[in-house]
Design a protein around this ligand. Structure first.
Ligand code: PFF
Length: 473
């Protein structure tokens, strides 16, 4: 173990700046970029959503990202404890730790449905691996089967509740295994091995897609800004996606910041994380939409884009079996490094609070995810038609699985980020955080302005018009 700070017994630090950056990027880049971004962009009309999303990343996400990591590094403890320490050192109320409590609960709830999707990814890895024996590694996948048949894989899986529960169990089991090993031997290990492989496969597949797909049409779709399409719900979806993608408002960046040493320039690091994350999301759009357009499929297919549309594309691609298999392995690596971060947020809190040892604590937090996620895994079968918050307009028509997604992405993450901006912008002692932020001159003032003014105002406005779209008339 490297660099014990003495803040809390057993407190570990990242072994290097690169390890911290890779782990943070590993957390940020995940199903949010590869599955949720294309799905949300398609469902919200393309360009207006994408451009507003980029606006949110730069002007809201990035300042909040730096704020969260700063709080963590100052506190050197789990998220709520770090906020409490920062508040205490600023002579402010410890009640501000609510921002981390909301975030931690959000991280837990996200993991409950994230792990179910992780399970679907495992299913597709297995299916494509099986295709090696049926179709051969170097031919298109699913030879001799109709496109409808291949598209039917997803509804087939959705109809099989017990299989979904088992896959969810396997995915969360792998996540628990690595989190239980600790920061250096588990989380860092996963990030430093899997993220470079992820980027290699991702680059290969994107270049392949750029040469074979309908690039022009995709660029037009993703970047044509039509102001009339920028409604309250679209803005809320975009800001929610920005937070989800950067892992903000989920206590997670505070948690990882606590393992960062004083020698790391946090402003630069935040910039690298945001750039890597946004690039992967946009490139994922460029990898997926050309195929969708070429095949004349529906852009608003949501999660179906990845799990129904792409498998059909791999059917006709040269070496489709191999590319499909690599593709889903890559998605799995990205999902695992994010899932590990999602589990670490509540686990590190429980670890600091109950001091029961990392392995036992991880088993308990992971076990709870297994239970609640199990209900999400059964949303399309046993619990079909159950809309737990259906009486609230924002949640109308949403089953348990989707309720978790909407509740976290559109309510909890933006609210936690809003409180974070107010806390850092107005409450916390400037001297505590400013000395550590790695910004100088104009950049420092810009960051201060964004956190104190722009973030709170825009977030409140978006939450209001997004949740109550009627207000805009
Ligand atoms: N950022 C991850 C993704 O885009 O898939 C999801 C996520 C991970 C959200 C960790 C929140 C978090 F704390």
């Amino acid at each position: 173990m490297v660099g014990t700070t003495g803040a809390a017994p057993g407190h570990e630090n990242w072994s290097s700046r690169a390890a911290f950056i890779l782990a943070a990027i590993g957390s940020a880049v995940g199903l949010g970029n590869l599955v949720r971004f294309p799905a949300e962009a398609g469902a919200n009309g393309g360009g207006a959503f994408v451009i507003f999303y980029i606006f949110c990343i730069v002007l809201i996400g990035l300042p909040v990202l730096l704020s969260e990591i700063l709080i963590g590094r100052h506190g050197q403890a789990a998220a709520p404890q770090s906020v409490r320490k920062t508040a205490r050192d600023s002579n402010a109320s410890e009640a501000w730790s609510i921002l981390a409590t909301i975030g931690m609960i959000a991280a837990f709830l996200i993991l409950c449905f994230y792990s179910v999707i992780g399970g679907w990814v495992l299913y597709y890895i297995g299916t494509f691996a099986g295709e090696i024996f049926n179709s051969g590694l170097f031919s298109g996948a699913f030879q001799g089967r109709s496109a409808e048949d291949v598209q039917g894989l997803m509804p087939g899986l959705f109809a099989n509740g017990s299989l979904q529960v088992i896959l969810h169990l396997v995915f969360i089991g792998i996540t628990i295994f690595f989190v239980a090993r600790g920061v250096n031997r588990g989380i860092e290990f996963v990030a430093t091995w899997l993220m470079p492989i992820f980027f290699l496969i991702f680059l290969g597949i994107t270049i392949y897609g750029l040469f074979t797909g309908d690039f022009g049409r995709t660029a037009e779709y993703l970047f044509t800004f039509d102001l009339s399409k920028l409604t309250g719900p679209v803005m809320l979806a975009a800001v929610g996606q920005a937070f989800f993608s950067l892992s903000l408002g989920s206590a997670m960046m505070i948690t990882y910041g606590a393992y960062a040493g004083r020698d790391i320039n946090l402003a630069k690091t935040s910039g690298i994380i945001a750039t890597a994350d946004t690039s992967v999301a946009l490139l994922a759009g460029f990898a997926i939409f050309p195929i969708v357009f070429a095949a004349g499929l529906d852009v608003s297919a949501g999660l179906g884009l990845m799990f129904q549309t792409l498998p059909v594309a791999f059917q006709t691609m040269p070496a489709g079996t191999l590319i499909g298999l690599l593709f889903f392995i890559m998605v799995f690596f990205a999902a695992l490094t994010s899932a590990v971060a999602l589990l670490e947020a509540p686990t590190s809190w429980a670890l600091d609070k109950f001091r029961m040892g990392r392995q036992r604590t991880t088993m308990i937090t992971g076990g709870l995810v297994l239970l609640v996620g199990g209900v999400a895994a059964l949303s399309s079968t046993v619990f079909a038609g159950w809309e737990p918050l259906g009486f609230i307009p924002l949640f109308e028509g949403q089953d348990f699985f989707n309720t978790l997604d909407v509740l976290t992405g559109k309510v909890m993450l933006p609210v936690a980020a809003l409180i974070t901006a107010i806390f850092v912008g107005w409450i916390a002692d400037r001297r505590l955080l400013d000395a550590e932020n790695g910004l100088d001159g104009a950049m420092h003032h810009i960051w201060r302005f964004l956190v104190a003014w722009l973030c709170p105002i825009v977030l409140i406005a978006i939450l209001v018009v997004g949740i109550f779209p009627g207000i805009l008339g």
